[in-house]
Design a protein. Structure first.
Length: 159
């Protein structure tokens, strides 16, 4: 079964982003609602954005589900169905690369170029895109979704 992953790439990228996995076993936020709001607003302000949504296949591969119209991902040539293989030359899905991926993600800010290796129609190809700032509507959606998790957790705790 596929699991939906919000359009958070690349900060987000690849299981990439904190608390953006939906309907699954993900980490439980331990911050207060206000703390989360403050931290998320500050952190995402400086994060780069590509503009695609991912599914994680039953084999653990990250597959582009949707490319957002007008996004850096669309301009660079990403397509729905592309399988993400590597980011900045670092193979994805390999636990031994976890620290290298985290370091690469931390460096991803608006205006930076990022190169992905994708598999399309059985062949690997490299795609380079320039990251943009996270659009306000996307940021509001991400924060809103996380705040709803807090509300649900509070409702459950009160039962």
């Amino acid at each position: 079964m596929k699991r939906r992953i919000a359009a958070l790439l690349p900060a987000v990228v690849l299981a990439i982003a904190p608390a953006v996995l939906a309907g699954h076993d993900h980490y439980k936020c331990t911050k207060t609602t206000q703390e989360c709001l403050d931290v998320m607003s500050a952190e995402f302000k400086n994060k780069g954005w590509l503009g695609f949504e991912l599914d994680k296949s039953e084999h653990g591969q990250m597959v582009i589900k949707k490319v957002i119209a007008g996004s850096p991902a669309e301009q660079a040539g990403f397509q729905a169905g592309d399988v993400l293989v590597a980011m900045q030359g670092i193979k994805l899905g390999d636990e031994s690369n976890k620290e290298a991926l985290m370091a690469a993600k931390k460096a991803m800010s608006p205006g930076k170029e990022v190169t992905y290796t994708v598999q399309r129609a059985g062949a690997d190809r490299k795609i380079t895109a320039t990251l943009a700032a996270v659009p306000q509507d996307v940021l509001a959606q991400w924060i809103g979704n996380h705040m709803m998790e807090h509300a649900n957790d509070q409702a459950i705790a009160q039962k």
